[in-house]
Design a protein around this ligand. Structure first.
Ligand code: HEM
Length: 473
């Protein structure tokens, strides 16, 4: 591959971080003076696998394990992981490094420039369809865009972008969605009032009714069998290639989803998908939509628990909710800030399809690249890293504050990067418009101390009282 002098110079300067966030394919004629990424020491590699990778893996990448979330919050394992990453960052002078392992070369990114380059270089030379992601997501079906390579990917990505309306801040079905969200969140409030508190089981029941109605259509509202099948497959997908695929459950799920695609109930995402050119991949893709709404629910519930005890945030939210401001800019910002603090995709993974040069050094073909989001979101260099400050996101898109990567960025950016904040903000509006919430659990949320690295959503409990108690008869 021939390169201009300018490019060659840029490559030579790479190690000095002069490359400005551009990945460069390194062909056979790659400039030989470029050093490969440095390699972590054995001790640092062991520390990384134990303190960073293991807790992340145990919490569950496709479905959360409640015991592991509880342990992570109790021992603040996610904060410890960030502190360990900072130690490595210092030890390797901010350069991305290769972590030792017996399977394949694996880079851990520490440089913001490298993060930008890797995300901008997706899907070539950094494919999102990394081996471990393929192993995990193929439990649902091979036609998901995130695990598709080459010519298979563009039409499947387009299906997502067109149905989820990636570039629209307000989805064209927003009015229908608003009605569904309001109905289900009001039902959640009724149940919580009966029980005297709002907890995850009550919230999740209403949230998934809402999700099934929006994704599959109103007739799926009570189809808990679909959610059960999803949970069964997600449990296996957590183990990726360590667990054989459950073909029976997968086929059953896909044929149930096909019924909804065929029905194409007006207003549902299934109906939009049915009308797309790549609709043959729709049922496979819908499995991801269904499970990805789980982190959206966790985030909405966490956002409520962060807003409720925070005077400033509560005041701004209430002003927005009671003033009936349609754009919900503050609540959307609160959702993004919740994801900065508690990213639900902590590990963004790529794999090189050819040799590549990054600012930190050269990568061989087949090298994995890991962006560990909590490090970039919570490093001590980030202003008020452990505080809930939605204002930093106001008027900004999820991709505006790189290397914050709540929804990733570039060609594989979450195609629901606008739909999720919209629905989460609508749910918060429905919950906050008639009730005041206060924290019952966890107690540490009531203090003014810096926020822990994990907020176990399974254990959040909120007390509630009506904003306008009924007057005397
Ligand atoms: C809190 C909620 C969510 C977060 C934080 C989130 C985050 C992400 C991230 C970080 C990625 C990129 C992964 C990568 O770069 O490798 C991604 C991809 C994706 N997300 Fe989301 N997501 C959420 C909810 C959703 C929902 C509700 C849907 C669908 C309705 C969805 C659909 C997708 C799809 C289809 C992809 C793959 C895109 C591709 O193949 O290029 N996500 N998401």
């Amino acid at each position: 591959m021939a390169r201009s002098d300018k490019e060659r110079n840029t490559v030579r300067d790479g190690a000095d971080h002069e490359q400005g966030g551009e990945a460069m394919p390194a062909g056979r004629d790659a400039v030989p003076s470029i050093a490969p990424l440095p390699r972590m020491s054995f001790a640092h590699s062991a520390g990384f696998w134990l303190k960073v990778a293991l807790p992340t893996f145990l919490k569950g990448l496709i479905i959360r394990r409640p015991w592991a979330e509880a342990m992570a919050e109790r021992f603040d394992l996610d904060s410890r992981a960030v502190r360990y990453m900072e130690k490595l960052h210092r030890a390797y002078q901010g350069r991305s490094v290769l972590v030792r392992n017996p399977i394949r070369p694996q880079a851990v990114l520490f440089s913001g420039d490298d993060v930008k380059a890797v995300l901008a270089g997706t899907p070539q030379p950094f494919t999102p369809a990394s081996d471990e992601k393929r192993a995990a997501l193929s439990h649902f079906g091979p036609k998901l865009s995130l695990i598709s390579r080459g010519a298979d990917r563009p039409p499947r990505r387009e299906l997502n972008e067109r149905v989820l309306e990636t570039s629209a801040s307000v989805h064209s079905h927003a009015e229908i969605f608003r009605t569904i969200v309001a109905i289900e969140m009001n039902a959640v409030l009724t149940r919580a009032a009966e029980k005297g508190a709002l907890d995850w089981p009550i919230f999740a029941e209403g949230w998934f009714r809402m999700v099934r109605s929006i994704v599959l259509g109103p007739s799926a509202r009570d189809d808990v069998a679909v959610s059960r099948l999803m949970a069964r497959l997600r449990g296996r997908a957590n183990w990726a290639f360590m667990m054989p695929r459950d073909e029976e459950a997968r086929n059953e799920l896909l044929s149930r989803l096909q019924v909804y695609v065929n029905a194409a109930e007006p207003g549902s995402l299934a109906a939009l998908a049915a009308a797309m050119p790549a609709s043959g991949a729709a049922t496979h893709q819908m499995t991801q939509w269904l499970f990805a709404f789980d982190p959206a629910g966790m985030t909405t519930f966490r956002a409520l628990a962060l807003v409720a005890p925070n005077r400033e945030a509560l005041w701004q939210s209430m002003e927005e909710v009671l003033g009936e401001r349609r754009d919900l800019g503050f609540l959307r910002a609160s959702v993004l800030e919740t994801l900065r603090l508690y990213p639900t995709t902590p590990a963004i993974l790529r794999q090189t399809t050819q040799p590549v040069l990054l600012a930190s050094g050269a990568l061989r073909k087949g090298t994995g690249a890991l962006i560990y989001a909590p490090f970039f979101h919570r490093a001590s260099s980030v202003e008020a890293a452990d505080r809930f400050q939605p204002a930093r996101w106001i008027g900004r898109d999820a991709e505006d504050l790189l290397p914050f990567v709540p929804f990733s960025a570039g060609d594989a950016v979450c195609p629901a990067k606008n739909l999720v904040p919209l629905l989460a903000a609508e749910a918060l509006r429905a919950l906050l418009s008639n009730h005041r919430f206060f924290i019952l659990e966890p107690g540490w949320l009531k203090s003014d101390r810096p926020l822990k690295g994990t907020l176990n959503h399974f254990a959040i409990r909120l007390g509630l009282e009506p904003l306008h108690p009924p007057g005397p008869e």
